[in-house]
Design a protein around this ligand. Structure first.
Ligand SMILES: Nc1ncnc2c1ncn2[C@@H]1O[C@H](COP(=O)(O)OP(=O)(O)OP(=O)(O)O)[C@@H](O)[C@H]1O
Length: 369
């Protein structure tokens, strides 16, 4: 006996598919004007046309999967065919204009900003920043990571990203990986190409990373600063005065002593301190479980005491973290049970909300008699 197939409610189908979010703009396809024809034939096959921001959109597969899942959930739909076109130049221009208008006037008003800093290179600052970002995203937060380590950028490698961000008429869309919105100088220069920016050019570039990147609404923005207390750090802190310092050190006395300079810079700039992370705390033997204090011990606690802040985490030396960095999958996502991943996940849970103290700052107020 033939059963009559229920007709698909076209409005419900359009609504379901229109609500699918563009993975990098974080808004619905209908709202973005990216949804084209939506039809269904008598067999219940839905045909959906989506206009992409660029013909070489790197997220076509993800969009196809998300649109297919949304359409399949509508009663009566028995199959889904997704096709792609591209927005016209006029539509791209209008979309870029609309996104700029919707962008918060200044990034950071509702966003917690943490500057991840270290005194010297190689202590694992970028690894901490990348994994903290992923751990916060896994808590459900909207997280951005700006790789401001202009000369020694490592975010593209740590996240395994080998492509440029999508540009929409002068507006760049952050690259989305493991739920984190990423931007790095490394996305914009060729493999192995040195970055030779200095002074004002550098300041301008950092400013553009904040104003010409569609970060969207963020709960947390992490800045991976270059090691030390140079120009980039000062420029960024000028652009984002509400940033709180998260200092990364190893337990070694020399690393701790250098890191304390970054802490003193923060104090001079009246920057709030979020706390200290001690990385490479100890090496735990995979076979026997015995711990070795390869880089000495106590540096993190000493630095926290000196700066008058808290030691938030001690991340062990862990081959899983090193391997994850080499493979381009942050350890918190790729091996969440590894000792380093557990410490970094715990750090995300303990990260304090800090506000800049207004005492001593000039406020735009006038006395009224
Ligand atoms: N806890 C850890 N266990 C094992 N390896 C680690 C750990 N932390 C960092 N590493 C490794 O140490 C190296 C340096 O780490 P990373 O690039 O994060 O340091 P950094 O402080 O950001 O350096 P730079 O400022 O010079 O860019 C990387 O190869 C990384 O995989």
């Amino acid at each position: 006996m033939l059963t009559r197939r229920a007709a698909v409610d076209q409005d419900a189908l359009r609504e379901a598919v229109g609500a699918v979010r563009d993975p990098e703009i974080h808004r619905g396809l209908a709202e973005l004007g990216m949804l084209r024809d939506v039809t269904t034939d008598r067999r219940g096959t839905a045909r959906i046309a989506v206009a992409l921001t660029t013909p070489s959109c790197p997220l076509t597969d993800r969009l196809r999967a998300d649109v297919t899942a949304a359409a399949s959930a509508v009663p009566g739909v028995s199959g889904v065919e997704v096709s792609f076109t591209t927005l016209s130049e006029g539509e791209r221009l209008a979309l870029a204009r609309r996104l700029r208008e919707q962008q918060p006037a200044r990034l950071g008003d509702d966003t917690r900003v943490y500057a991840v800093a270290s005194g010297k290179g190689g202590v694992g600052k970028s690894s901490v920043a990348a994994n903290l970002a992923v751990a916060l995203a896994r808590e459900g937060k909207r997280v951005g990571l700006l790789d401001a380590d202009v000369w020694g950028y490592s975010v593209p490698q740590l996240f395994g990203i080998r492509r440029s961000p999508v540009a929409l008429k002068g507006l760049m869309l952050p690259v989305d990986a493991h739920g984190v919105r990423l931007m790095s100088v490394g996305f914009l220069v060729g493999d192995g190409e040195p970055v030779v920016w200095r002074g004002p050019m550098l300041h301008k570039a950092l400013e553009q990373f904040l104003t010409d990147v569609h970060w969207g609404e963020l709960d947390v923005l992490l800045l991976d600063l270059p090691p030390g207390t140079g120009d980039v750090t000062l420029s960024l802190l000028e652009l984002l005065p509400q940033a709180a310092l998260l200092a990364v050190t190893t337990p070694q006395v020399s690393a701790q002593a250098v890191a304390s300079r970054a802490g003193r810079m923060a104090a001079d700039l009246r920057m709030p301190l979020a706390g200290v992370v001690e990385n490479m705390s100890e090496l735990v033997c995979d076979g026997c479980g015995e711990s070795t204090a390869l880089f000495g011990s106590g540096g993190g606690q000493r630095l926290a005491d000196e700066l008058g802040t808290e030691l938030l985490a001690r991340v062990p030396l862990d081959t899983a973290l090193r391997r994850a960095g080499d493979d381009g999958v942050p350890v918190v996502a790729g091996a969440p049970d590894a000792p380093s991943a557990l410490a970094l996940t715990d750090l995300a849970a303990r990260l304090p909300v800090v506000r800049r103290s207004l005492s001593g700052l000039a406020l735009p107020l006038s006395v009224v008699r």
